[in-house]
Design a protein around this ligand. Sequence first.
Ligand code: PLP
Length: 456
Amino acid sequence: MRTESHTQLIEQSLDTLWRPFTQHALGQKPMVIVEGHGYTVVDSEGNEYLDAMAGLWCVNVGYGQEQLIAAGARQLRTLPYSPATRPAPPSLELALRLAEVLPGDLNHIQFLNSGSEAVETALKVARQYARQQFPGQNRYKIIARYRGYHGWSGGALGATGQTARKAAFEPLAPGYIHVRPPDLFQLFGGMTPQQASDQLLRELEEVIEFEGPETIAAFIGEPIIGGGGVIVPPEDYWPRVRDLLRQHGILLIFDEVITGFGRTGKMFGAEQWNVVPDIMTMAKGISSAYIPLAATAVTDAVFDAFKGAPGENKQFNQVSTYGGHPVACAVGLANLAVIQEQGLVENAARMGERLLGGLRELIAEHPLAGDARGKGLICGVELVKPGTREPLEPGKVNQVMAAAQQRGVLLGKNSSTVPRLETVLTIAPPLIIDQPGIDRLIDALDAALGAVEGRA
Ligand code: PLP
């Protein structure tokens, strides 16, 4: 499509397409992306950008991977659809391939279409598991973390700990309890990581005691909080949380919608801490977002709790029309093959180190950059008022993003989460990024910070 026709299309659809997070009263035009190549995208005006967010933390294999395209086209011709109750071969094969790469005995997989649905499924599985495993108890509560994000649908939003995403729709379903996240920069400044995790574990133990373990089904968390501001926990946090939950019969759900499929420099975030959750959710990188696909995996023990005699009604009664879609699963298989064949997990680890190294140098040079953190290719830079840990004014954060965009790099930000704390620039490029790409990203952010600080 030619540029003039894009301009017309954008103007005509301005209020017809109701866009997320957009105040339509302002009449602002969206940036419209028309093409993607590798780790870059092109907008409707012909500008090329390094996509430092891989779309929305999801185009892990980068744009234009022919294997994914061919696999989708082939499956569309062979069989475009079959319901999950009569599963097509790609869903059988993808379940097997995933069971091979998932940590521990996460050997049983359901397919969904979005991260939110994968989380809804995980929450339902946890509640039914608890009822079947602990007859006579009413374990329905879910513990989650402030600043965490788990999706837009009812249950997933209940678990989300971001007031800006929730307030307009509350009250949501009861039964969600939030605890503090391992945010070492804002919440535990001055403490060592060890002291912070001691404190967090004490708090979690108190919450479990006061709520009553026999009322709690599960704890859900992102191994690294992503959209909430890239919050990386202390090394001992997850192993200790895991042990504490186990002592009380509470399931651990890892929401790996962002951290899965190589993002952190391991295939799954869980592997960073050698912690195997009872339930894991996946989406985004599972198909590199070439097509909607998500999954929820459970361990042998969780799966076994759903076995019973006919009539006991212990099976999991849920079907999604598009869950296990043959075309999506065929693309998912090709995506996994590309991640493995092209060594993208290893590349994410290597490039991630260079990215974080570069970001830490920026912290040393720029008074607006207060903290740089991350693992692999999921990084955040928290912007502050110079010389403090106080969050920078929102207008200035937007200026930094705009200045980076002018220099050809699209960054992300933890927008519409917890209003005072929305000053974290987020960086999660496609896992195919190379050294020139990392240099380009760092140079653009360096120049953007300098421009807003009034140095350029
Ligand atoms: N869980 C996490 C950790 C996410 O980051 C997201 C989306 O960003 C979701 C769940 C929801 O996924 P979706 O937008 O595909 O429903």
